[in-house]
Design a binder for this molecule. Structure first.
Ligand code: GZL
Length: 322
């Protein structure tokens, strides 16, 4: 059997998408180095940022989709510096590797706001971080599973779990993994069979789940670290005529809580969706406005997030913005 990590296709050749609005100079010039367009969540976050940093709102936005490639992202940040933007917004693909380019930004006196995922770069190299508490998201998933098993009289049953992780080295992947796996010691009957990365994509989720199904005959829970991986895992389970979802055997846990995830809960395919809020644009703009006035801002700003079990989905889906 192929190594799980090579099951899905090699990364496409690195390409980036650069969008600039050629606006007059009295606008606040902002550069945003975005992870990519790998998931529905990512598209929603990009839309939030573009809608916020529009010319009509007083901004000139240089937007770069870095196609999930860190080298492209670092080059984009350096270009922002060379082009003299006033603020840099960075959603770091992975946690490590940004110290040098962030030092260049600091030396150029350009404030950097980290959004969504975080970086392990020295805190002095960026102004603040707006994002999610990924460890809490993982803990919330474990708490939900514990409650669900107890409610179904399965608290002492051996529970075989597999995890389809997100992009390895991203704070979303490491945080969700750390948070959920912290619960394993208090649940000795929970057995983490395997953890492999699906790179936050649908094809990645499909490939990894297909390999898990071939390798492990008795899976009780699949944790998908985003909705798109869950959609791929669902396709793999359907292909193998496996029973899953709230009315089936395999428990499906997902993260992001996009509208698509809510629909899959209504369709009886996902048990619970742990929200990760992508609508960060307005909060980032608020911070930039404060910085422009010379005001201090908190180093960390967490976005509001909830846990949505399948039974809540039908009542809530119409209110979901993304
Ligand atoms: C989490 C974000 C993750 C989402 C995925 O804040 O970075 O990246 O969970 C996305 O959908 O690809």
């Amino acid at each position: 059997m192929n190594n799980l990590n090579t099951l899905y296709k090699e990364k496409e050749t690195t390409k980036k998408t650069v969008e600039k609005n050629n606006a007059s100079s009295d606008l606040i010039h902002v550069g945003f180095a975005q992870v990519g367009a790998e998931s529905d969540w990512r598209l929603a976050q990009t839309q939030s940022m573009k809608q916020t940093f529009s010319e009509s709102n007083g901004y000139k936005l240089d937007f770069v989709d870095c196609n999930n490639d860190q080298k492209t992202q670092i080059n984009a940040i350096q270009e922002f510096i060379d082009n003299g933007v006033e603020y840099i917004i960075l959603d770091p693909i992975v946690e490590d590797g940004y110290d040098t380019v962030l030092t260049n930004a600091k030396n150029a006196n350009i404030p950097v706001i980290i959004v969504d995922r975080n970086t392990k770069a020295d805190e002095s190299l960026y102004t603040c971080w707006v994002g999610s508490d990924f460890v809490k998201e993982g803990l919330d998933a474990a708490d939900w599973l514990s409650g669900y098993l107890e409610a179904n009289g399965r608290s002492s049953e051996i529970i075989n779990i597999v995890t389809i992780q997100g992009t390895l080295g991203s704070s979303a992947q490491s945080g969700r993994t750390k948070g959920f796996n912290a619960s394993l010691s208090s649940h000795p009957n929970w057995n983490m069979l395997d953890e492999q990365s699906g790179d936050f994509t649908e094809e990645g989720g499909y490939a990894v789940m297909k390999a898990f199904i071939n390798q492990y005959p008795d899976i009780d829970v699949v944790i998908c670290q985003n909705d798109n991986e869950a959609y791929g895992a669902i396709d793999a389970m359907k292909e193998n005529n496996l029973s899953f979802g709230p009315n089936g055997d395999i428990i499906v846990i997902a993260f992001d809580a996009t509208k698509g995830g809510f629909q899959r809960m209504i369709d009886g395919e996902i048990h619970v969706d742990i929200e990760c809020n992508p609508l960060e644009g307005p909060l980032v703009a608020e911070l930039i406005q404060k910085l422009k006035k010379g005001e201090n801002v908190d180093k960390i700003q967490y976005v509001k997030e909830e846990v949505f079990p399948a039974e809540t989905a039908a009542d809530i889906i119409d209110s979901r913005v993304y």
